[in-house]
Design a protein around this ligand. Structure first.
Ligand code: 5GP
Ligand code: ZN
Length: 111
């Protein structure tokens, strides 16, 4: 059993409020939302962070970014949304499994 939280969520060992799932990707609502809509898109394959991505992750990263606007729209964010990728300790990343936050529906900080 993995000790990575998002690997365990991806494996269905820990429940989540699912937004989207396919063979490679899972999207689920953040447990501590920063705005009325706040979900994360994660690869099912474990990658620590954006800082650990290589050329072989190119397609995966592209898929995550292209999925973001589709899911944002489905979640009612017709006006736009913010994407955040915290990378490593210095970037404020807490869960060391690559994830893209998609946030919107309220007043957001500029950065
Ligand atoms: P990070 O700071 O690593 O970019 O973001 C990690 C995010 O994961 C945080 O926004 C936090 O609220 C969220 N999170 C932490 N534990 C859980 C959990 O068990 N379930 C869900 N759905 N989100 C979590
Ligand atoms: Zn993981």
């Amino acid at each position: 059993m993995s000790d990575c939280l998002f690997c365990r969520i991806a494996a269905g060992e820990i429940p989540c409020r699912k937004v989207y799932e396919d063979d490679e990707l899972l999207a689920f609502h953040d447990i501590n939302p920063a705005a009325p809509v706040h979900f994360m898109i994660v690869p099912k394959e474990h990658v620590d962070s954006l800082g650990e991505c290589h050329a072989r992750h190119e397609l995966l990263l592209g898929r995550i970014l292209l999925l973001a606007p589709l899911l944002a729209k489905e979640q009612g964010l017709s006006d736009g949304f913010k994407t955040v990728i915290n990378t490593g300790k210095g970037g404020g990343q807490v869960v060391m499994h690559l994830h893209v936050h998609v946030i919107g529906g309220g007043k957001l900080s500029h950065l």
